[in-house]
Design a protein around this ligand. Structure first.
Ligand SMILES: [Zn+2]
Length: 417
């Protein structure tokens, strides 16, 4: 029996209803040097950063091709009002795994990249871990939870302080932004995500903000942007990427050489390639467009260069030596049933299958029924395990089996369609 990714036709029929309620998709403040959309000091910092970026790119082509994986710790602050916004640890882990998969070009939908653009698609070689060391040196799972009394806690202020960033006004204090990327999940009142540019914000408000409606990697369409790519997009801004269409029109670009000039965005759409504007085919499947989650699938090599430059800038460089991913770091693979994450379980229609291991080894994955018959087998990588359509599998008990080198483990899955 063939298991394929969840067909999304029905899910996308529901999306426009959700999306109409949103005024804007993304609330990131993209610096605009001609319109001066920020205060002078901020704009000056970002202009300096732009010069640094262009120079870095021209001088560091060998560094770009080193194939060195950079791992960056994140802390996720869940600032919830309604119980439904209080995401489980598993949901948070799946979201961060999805983020890494997108940055490592291990995203489950990478086959949708058109042939023309495939040579440009980059493995950015940045990975993200939920911090395992907290700012006091204690072990942590990298998730902080706070219940708040404030609606739109992520976009409201008290004495010029963004509420979601401070304990004393209904939010959650940032962890030192030199060592962690702070990701706050809380109501944003209209936008679904905000990423701060390097040097844009004071350190206690530097990071990423995601509305609960767009956080996480889900099987169901009960959420609008349900494959976690709002975080991928905002992380692009955090590493100094602009929207792929610039600021609309054919005379403003995204400061990246290998992305085609594009007139405007494809918000809430899943277009069919090719569509052209400004005299070339549009790269609407780029994470820095506004396309639906399942229809975006790539960063380019030029975007990768900009992000690596940002990571060498004074605003982001310390993240590379943070060490907050390293508490009890396991180098050798030991596979136990506890490493296999299945949810939901019992499952119907689709299931998320993940391995909670900190490496990127190839593993064999198989599914057996109770009679020992193998109904699925494939060679996969630890980090690219995502969602499986199980709607065609008969109800019953199954075993999810993983094998790597001499290690193997299995876990029971109940299918109840
Ligand atoms: Zn954006």
């Amino acid at each position: 029996m063939k298991i394929k990714n969840l067909p999304s036709t029905i899910l996308f029929l529901l999306l426009p209803i959700f999306a109409m309620a949103q005024d804007e998709y993304c609330g990131a403040r993209q610096p605009d040097f001609s319109e001066k959309n920020m205060d002078e000091a901020t704009l000056h910092r970002m202009q300096e950063l732009e010069l640094f970026t262009q120079q870095w790119i021209s001088e560091n082509q060998t560094k770009v091709s080193l194939r060195e994986i950079i791992t960056i710790p994140v802390v996720v602050h869940i600032v919830w009002m309604d119980e439904s916004e209080n995401f489980t640890d598993l949901e948070v882990e799946a979201q961060i795994d999805g983020l890494t998969a997108d940055f490592r070009k291990l995203n489950e939908n990478r086959a949708i990249i058109p042939t023309t653009f495939q040579p440009l698609a980059a493995d950015v070689e940045i990975e993200f871990c939920l911090a395992s060391v907290d700012p006091n040196g204690k072990e942590t799972n990298g998730i902080v939870r706070t219940q708040t009394d404030f609606t739109n806690v992520g976009t409201t202020y008290s004495t010029n302080r963004r509420r979601i960033c401070y304990n004393d006004i209904g939010g959650s204090n940032s962890w030192d932004s030199e060592d962690y990327i702070n990701i706050w999940v809380g109501q944003l009142g209209g936008v679904i995500g905000i990423g701060t540019f390097p040097g844009e914000e004071i350190s206690t408000e530097d990071g990423i903000f995601i509305d609960p409606s767009a956080f996480g990697f889900f099987c169901s369409s009960s959420k609008g942007y349900f494959h976690g790519r709002t975080l991928t997009h905002e992380m692009g801004h955090f590493f100094n990427l602009h929207h792929i269409w610039g600021k609309s029109g054919c005379d403003t670009g995204d400061l990246v050489d290998d992305t085609p000039m594009q007139d405007t965005n494809y918000k809430d759409q899943c277009p069919t390639h090719p569509i052209s504007s400004c005299g070339s085919e549009d790269m609407f499947m780029n994470y820095m467009d506004y396309t639906n989650d399942d229809c975006m699938a790539m960063f380019t090599k030029g975007q990768k260069e900009r992000m690596l430059a940002a990571l060498d800038s004074e605003y982001r460089v310390s993240l590379k030596s943070s060490g907050a991913c390293d508490f009890g770091n396991i180098k050798d693979i030991t596979l136990t049933p506890d490493d296999i994450l299945l949810f939901p379980n019992p499952a119907s229609d689709c299931v998320h299958i993940d391995l909670d291991l900190d490496n990127d080894l190839p593993v064999r994955m198989a599914i057996f029924d109770t009679a020992g018959r193998e109904i699925y087998s494939n060679q996969v990588f630890v980090k690219d395990l995502r969602t499986f359509d199980i709607s065609n599998i008969s109800n019953g008990i199954y075993f999810i089996y993983f094998e790597s080198n001499d290690q193997f483990a299995s876990k029971k899955l109940i299918i109840d369609n």
